[in-house]
Design a protein around this ligand. Structure first.
Ligand SMILES: CC(C)(COP(=O)(O)OP(=O)(O)OC[C@H]1O[C@@H](n2cnc3c(N)ncnc32)[C@H](O)[C@@H]1O)[C@@H](O)C(=O)NCCC(=O)NCCS
Ligand SMILES: Nc1ncnc2c1ncn2[C@@H]1O[C@H](COP(=O)(O)OP(=O)(O)OP(=O)(O)O)[C@@H](O)[C@H]1O
Length: 216
């Protein structure tokens, strides 16, 4: 059976950094933020919806969605965020589950071929028996179907610093983005494993390796 691990955590808690590491270790990851960005490209399933409902002022001269501008609006205006959620959530959810199912089918076929060849349980096989889904709003939006949920956690003050630094935001704007999500304390209740990314990258990676070890 192929396990599906849900990765979640607050904004700038270190999810993408953990995802990069997992990919470097040979694991397959579905990254919800990337999927959303693809769907928001011209021709994507979300593009037209946003254009019609938010207007051309949120698009640049190359007809690309100006995500920074839309982000400014939705993280400072709850009603706008709800409106965007109504337009997008169902489509995002369907797309993520479809990609998960396709990946599970692909890996099942690969595993079957390996079994048929009677190879020993190679390192690759272990990596093919787990997939990860990085979904920032996994708990807020009640995604399900996971064998485990791993929470990437970070202390509040470091999180605020990271959001301000990475996204070049004021303290107030960064606080608004953090407040748009479930608190870390609440998320802890649902986590099977917690990876604390408040330290160095090496310390985060060591915790990921430890968590991976428990899957063998
Ligand atoms: C508002 C948008 C256009 C801003 O785009 P931008 O490129 O600036 O940010 P990005 O998409 O990389 O998101 C960064 C982080 O913000 C947080 N975040 C994004 N959307 C939301 C939201 N609606 N509520 C709370 N937090 C959010 C997540 O932690 C995410 O990892 C975009 O995030 C969006 O369309 N969000 C709604 C879709 C969604 O639910 N995304 C999360 C995937 S489950
Ligand atoms: N030990 C660490 N582990 C993870 N990230 C770290 C660490 N130290 C610093 N960072 C930094 O924290 C910032 C946020 O990390 P990252 O982009 O991985 O978060 P995220 O959870 O994917 O964010 P978002 O939800 O906004 O997409 C990055 O700039 C990253 O370089």
């Amino acid at each position: 059976m192929i396990k599906v691990i849900g990765l979640t955590g607050g904004i700038a808690s270190g999810k993408s950094t953990v995802v990069d590491f997992l990919i470097s270790q040979g694991f397959r990851v579905i990254d919800a933020d990337k999927v959303v960005h693809e769907l928001q490209l011209p021709g994507g399933k979300l593009y037209q919806e946003i254009l019609i409902n938010f207007g051309t002022e949120f698009f640049d001269e190359n007809k690309q969605l100006n995500r920074a501008k839309l982000g400014e609006l939705v993280f400072s205006d709850d009603k706008a965020r709800e409106k965007l959620a109504k337009l997008q959530n169902k489509i995002i959810r369907e797309e993520l589950y479809t990609r998960r199912d396709n990946l599970l089918t692909e890996l099942s076929k690969m595993l079957q071929t390996e079994n048929n060849n009677l190879t020993e349980l190679s390192k690759k096989t272990v990596q093919n028996t787990v997939i990860f889904m990085d979904i920032p709003l996994l708990l807020e939006q009640h995604y399900d179907g996971f064998d485990e949920i791993w929470l990437i956690a970070v202390s509040e003050n470091i999180q605020l610093e990271r959001v301000m630094l990475r996204d070049n935001l004021s303290e107030k704007a960064a606080e608004a983005r953090i407040a748009a999500q479930m608190s870390l304390t609440e998320k802890m209740k649902y986590a099977d494993k917690v990876i604390d990314s408040s330290g160095t990258f090496e310390e985060t990676q060591a915790q990921v390796l430890q968590a991976l070890d428990t899957l063998k």
